[in-house]
Design a protein around this ligand. Structure first.
Ligand SMILES: Nc1ncnc2c1ncn2[C@@H]1O[C@H](COP(=O)(O)OP(=O)(O)OP(=O)(O)O)[C@@H](O)[C@H]1O
Length: 231
């Protein structure tokens, strides 16, 4: 059964329609990527799920229930955590405090501050320092740790490789695979094909707000890649 499903979705900001008839699904335990160049509507897929872009047609379902949209304020409680583009670490709060912000009291599971420190030991070392004082890669770990604190069924990551050095991206890929192996479904929005290849089993390509290609990652041609993402 699909954990997240978008069926025939059109979405808009005001009068500007950005998504056109988008259908996609992520099943329990799956690792799925959305690929596409800048401005094609990748973030808008997430924004539509969260009610931040207006759903004009079609429906969104989460956990088998049609929800219209999963509202931002209730997403974590429903089992959906988002690592937003740009990380959005809260200034003025320590690493530990940023982690606590992600907790959803009703969600039971393995993720606690200690468990996040186990996955990303650097966060333990920096626990009492301001989150924004860390490097880009460390802030990305913090953003992922904060999202995990809600013990999500599905983790959506929006361009997590942005601004990171290749070696850090590689490490990020290893950690995402570990998370998936531990049972968290992953929807990875990315332009960095190296990271996608490491993490995802299945992909969708978005172009001008529509799904123009989908399939198993192993079947993605070099020609499509060059056309739709940076390689
Ligand atoms: N809040 C908004 N109001 C109006 N238009 C928006 C808003 N956010 C995004 N758009 C427009 O919607 C289109 C899709 O943007 P979106 O951010 O979903 O693309 P993206 O594929 O995630 O690109 P990027 O990788 O640059 O973030 C773009 O033309 C963008 O200018």
């Amino acid at each position: 059964m699909s954990l997240l499903e978008l069926d025939g979705v059109d979405a808009a900001y005001g009068r500007a329609r950005v998504l056109h008839d988008v259908s996609l699904a992520v099943s329990r335990g799956e690792r799925v990527a959305i690929l596409g160049r800048n401005g094609v509507g990748k973030t808008t897929v997430v924004n539509t799920c969260l009610g931040l872009a207006a759903l004009k047609k079609g429906h969104v379902a989460f956990g088998g229930k049609r929800v219209g949209t999963i509202r931002t304020f209730s997403a974590a409680r429903a089992g959906l955590s988002v690592v937003p583009q740009g990380r959005r670490i809260v200034p003025g709060l320590t690493v530990r405090e940023n982690l606590h912000l992600g907790a959803a009291p009703n969600r039971k599971g393995p993720w606690t501050v200690e468990a996040v420190f186990g996955l990303f030991p650097i966060l333990r070392e920096r626990a009492e320092t301001p989150g924004t004082a860390m490097s880009g890669g460390q802030q990305q770990m913090l953003a992922i740790g904060r999202a995990l604190m809600a013990n999500p069924d599905l983790l959506i990551l929006d361009e997590p490789s942005e601004g990171l050095a290749p070696v850090v991206v590689d490490e990020l890929g290893d950690n995402l695979v570990k998370l998936a192996d531990a049972g968290t479904s992953i929807l990875l929005i990315e332009q960095n094909f190296g990271l996608v290849r490491k993490v995802a089993e299945r992909y969708y390509v978005l172009s001008k707000g529509a799904v123009v290609e989908a399939g198993q990652l192993a079947g993605l041609s070099m020609e499509s890649l060059k056309k739709h993402v940076a390689v």
